[in-house]
Design a protein around this ligand. Structure first.
Ligand SMILES: Cc1cc2nc3c(=O)[nH]c(=O)nc-3n(C[C@H](O)[C@H](O)[C@H](O)COP(=O)(O)OP(=O)(O)OC[C@H]3O[C@@H](n4cnc5c(N)ncnc54)[C@H](O)[C@@H]3O)c2cc1C
Length: 400
């Protein structure tokens, strides 16, 4: 395995880091006083600057107008962008749009690409992905109540979803619904594009999460689909291919999620070290002189480095052998890196004392927003089971 990073990639990462420090991190202070929508004009200005840098939609192939970065290059970029909560948004590679761009490129028809992909790539619209249901376990997504029944040349969708991130203000949702109830479990559901102005699409509310309901891109919505009719040509890929498409999105997507978490851990680590260096607990005695703090610094440094290498190795294996072959590595990074990130954020908060709990630093935002990392993209426990199953196979034990 080659651990070297090409010079041009290092240059690109350095210039993105400079941009994040100079143009995006200062917005965090402004965001304390403003809602996300009030912040948007400033973010749009930053988005213009990003276009001029040639890094707009960096992960998208150049033939679609993107930056054409390779998989691992984008993973490393993702770490830099994650140092600020607005990084990915400013570069138009934010979830859930980035995943929807990918599936539209891979599975979208020419008409779907023209109508939905183009404006998404241009940053003119946003989208969401609507799979998890209120009354069914997201950890077992083949058990799903939402249906899409074919009537003539339309699908009629009924269901109750929630945690559809960024639905507020989105132009369309990619909805997972059962179209083939008699097929084997993984062939029952399809992905269907539903414009959010379709009659029967009802955004019930933005769900308050840890005291923050959010809005626009920064929100998670509860949605009812009631006799929501869309043309049959809004089907993405084949009927019944919903899970196969979701899988193609989730595996490699986890590398980018994990690198985003490493970026968050790095920023928290920086803040912890800065505070340890500057906070005096007695005249001339910095907090960093205490061994507990030194241990947190050392353990965090080691854990972040280990986590990064694990993610890059998993990405490397996906590149070489495909996502299926790399499923143990992918599951391992999902729970390991989420855990490292949460530990580092927690230590950074502790190092800041009361300031860490306040909203005067970004740490409280990280703590609130990122706890979910252990739940979405498959709860940690499910990923641990995946690994145990594969490992025990070697010993002749078949686990369910
Ligand atoms: C911030 C955030 C954003 C999200 N964004 C989206 C989105 O954009 N679109 C979307 O469709 N969904 C989204 N989700 C939903 C997410 O995918 C689900 O929350 C996740 O799949 C878990 O499903 P659940 O919440 O129904 O938990 P459940 O399935 O009810 O599981 C609850 C808990 O049970 C335990 N558990 C479950 N299965 C097992 C098992 N096999 N073994 C051991 N323990 C187990 C785990 O601890 C788990 O946390 C988001 C969630 C969050 C928190």
């Amino acid at each position: 395995m080659d651990f070297s990073i090409p010079d041009n990639t290092l240059d690109m990462l350095a210039s993105v880091r400079g941009f994040v420090d100079a143009e995006l991190i200062p917005l965090e202070t402004i965001a304390r006083e403003r809602s996300f929508r009030e912040l948007l004009p400033l973010l749009e200005e930053r988005r213009l600057q990003v276009r001029e840098m040639g890094l707009w939609t960096p992960q998208i192939p150049t033939k679609f107008g993107g930056g054409g970065l390779g998989f691992l290059e984008h993973a490393m970029l993702s770490e830099e962008l994650a140092r600020c909560p607005y990084g990915h948004f400013a570069f138009n590679c934010q979830a859930p749009d980035a995943g929807n761009m990918e599936i539209l490129i891979e599975f979208g028809t020419d008409e779907q690409q023209e109508r939905w992909l183009k404006p998404l790539l241009a940053g003119e619209i946003r989208s969401c992905f609507s799979m998890t249901e209120v009354d069914r376990p997201g950890s077992n997504p083949v058990w799903m109540d939402t249906t899409a029944v074919r009537e003539g040349d339309e699908y009629v969708i009924n269901g109750h979803k929630w945690f559809t991130s960024s639905a507020d203000g989105a132009a369309f949702a990619v909805v997972m619904a059962v179209t083939n109830p008699d097929a084997p479990p993984h062939g029952r559901a399809s992905q269907i594009i539903v414009p959010t102005d379709t009659p029967g699409f009802e955004l019930v509310r933005n769900i308050p999460c840890m005291g923050h309901a959010g809005e626009d891109w920064e929100s998670h919505a509860e949605i009812r689909y009631e006799n929501c009719r869309v043309p049959a040509e809004n089907l993405l890929g084949e009927e019944g291919a919903g899970f196969a498409i979701a899988q193609s999105r989730l595996g490699p997507g986890r590398i980018h999620h994990c690198m985003r978490w490493i970026g968050i851990a790095e920023r928290s680590f920086e803040l912890m070290c800065q505070r340890a260096a500057t906070r005096e607990i007695a005249p001339g005695v910095p907090l960093a002189s205490k061994q507990t703090i030194q241990n947190w610094i050392a353990e965090s440094r080691a854990a972040i480095n280990a986590a990064r290498l694990m993610v890059l190795q998993a990405g490397w294996k996906i590149d070489k052998a495909g996502a299926r072959e790399a499923r143990v590595e992918i599951s391992a990074i999902k729970f390991y890196v989420a855990d490292v990130m949460m530990q580092v954020i927690d230590r950074a908060i502790q190092t800041h004392g009361a300031l860490g709990i306040s909203d005067d630093t970004i740490l409280s935002t990280f703590y609130r927003n990122e706890r979910a990392a252990r739940i979405y993209d498959g709860p940690d426990e499910v990923h641990r089971t995946v690994i145990a199953r594969q490992e025990m196979k070697k010993y002749g034990v078949k686990l369910n």
